[in-house]
Design a protein around this ligand. Structure first.
Ligand code: SAM
Length: 219
C-alpha cells in the first residue's frame, strides 16, 4: 500500500481557518492554497506544516506563522505587476507566495545556508521570478531600487531609512517595529515629497533584523 501523505485536506482546512480570522483577499487565499508549506520545513516537522504556528528552521530562525504570512501578504495589496523586495528569505515560503502574486521578487537573507536551501526549494516549484542575495537586507538592495513593495520579515528597532528611500512613490513597506520581544506590524505608504503615512496592524513577534539599520546582535 502506498503511504505518501497528501496534505491537500490540511492545507484547505488552514485556508478556512485563515478566512475565519479575517483574511479576505481571494488572491492571497488562492495562492496559500497552492504552495506546499511542508516543502519549506525540515522533514521532522512535515506533520505540523499546516498547524497555524511558526516552526523552527536552521540557525535558530523560524518560518513565520501562516496567519502572519497571510496578514503581511494581504497588507501588501499586490496586483501582480510589482517588483517586490523581501528582507529575510528564511525558508523561502513567503518568497514563493510573493512570487505568485507579483512580477518579480528580490529577496535578501543574511544566512548563506538558509538562502541556499530556499533557492533549492523555489527551483523545485519551478519558480523563476525570484532573485536571492546573501547579505544585510536592512540596507535594502540599491541596485534594483525603487521597489513598489518592500516586506521585512524580521523585527526592526525602527523603520529602516534606506528602505524608505528605496520605496517607489505610492509604494508600501510592511515591517515589524519594536523591541526584540514584541513589535507592531507597521504598513508605511510613501507619499509625495518623501512624506509617509503609517498604519499599524497590531502586535506581532519576529526574530530580530540583524544589520546596519537593524539590531547589532540577538539579545
Ligand atoms: N519569511 C520567512 C519564511 O517564510 O520562512 C521567515 C523569515 S524569519 C522570521 C526571518 C529571517 O530574517 C531569518 O531567516 C533571518 O536570518 C533573516 N534576517 C535577519 N536579519 C536580516 C538581515 N539584516 N538581512 C537579511 N535577512 C535577515
Amino acid at each position: 500500500m502506498c503511504m505518501t501523505n497528501d496534505f491537500s485536506l490540511q492545507r484547505q482546512q488552514l485556508i478556512t481557518q485563515l478566512q475565519q480570522t479575517g483574511i479576505h483577499d481571494e488572491r492571497v487565499l488562492q495562492v496559500l492554497a497552492t504552495i506546499p508549506r511542508e516543502l519549506f520545513v525540515d522533514q521532522s516537522f512535515h506533520e505540523m506544516a499546516y498547524a497555524n504556528q511558526a516552526l523552527p528552521l536552521l540557525l535558530g530562525q523560524t518560518i513565520s506563522q501562516p496567519q502572519m504570512v497571510a496578514i503581511m501578504t494581504q497588507a501588501l495589496q499586490l496586483s501582480g505587476q510589482e517588483r517586490v523586495l523581501e528582507i529575510g528569505t528564511g525558508s523561502g515560503y513567503q518568497t514563493a507566495i510573493l512570487s505568485r502574486l507579483s512580477r518579480f521578487v528580490y529577496s535578501i537573507e543574511r544566512h548563506a545556508e538558509l538562502a541556499e536551501q530556499a533557492m533549492q526549494r523555489l527551483a523545485r516549484l519551478d519558480i523563476e521570478n525570484v532573485s536571492v542575495l546573501v547579505g544585510d537586507g536592512s540596507i535594502g538592495w540599491e541596485e534594483h531600487a525603487p521597489f513598489e513593495r518592500i516586506l521585512v520579515t524580521a523585527a526592526a528597532p525602527h523603520i529602516p531609512n534606506q528602505l524608505i528611500e528605496q520605496l517607489a512613490p505610492g509604494g508600501l513597506l510592511v515591517v515589524p517595529v519594536g523591541d526584540q520581544s514584541q513589535q507592531e506590524l507597521q504598513v508605511i505608504e510613501r507619499l509625495e515629497q518623501g512624506r509617509t503615512h503609517i498604519n499599524s496592524l497590531g502586535r506581532c513577534v519576529f526574530v530580530p533584523l540583524i544589520g546596519e539599520e537593524g539590531w547589532r546582535s540577538h539579545q
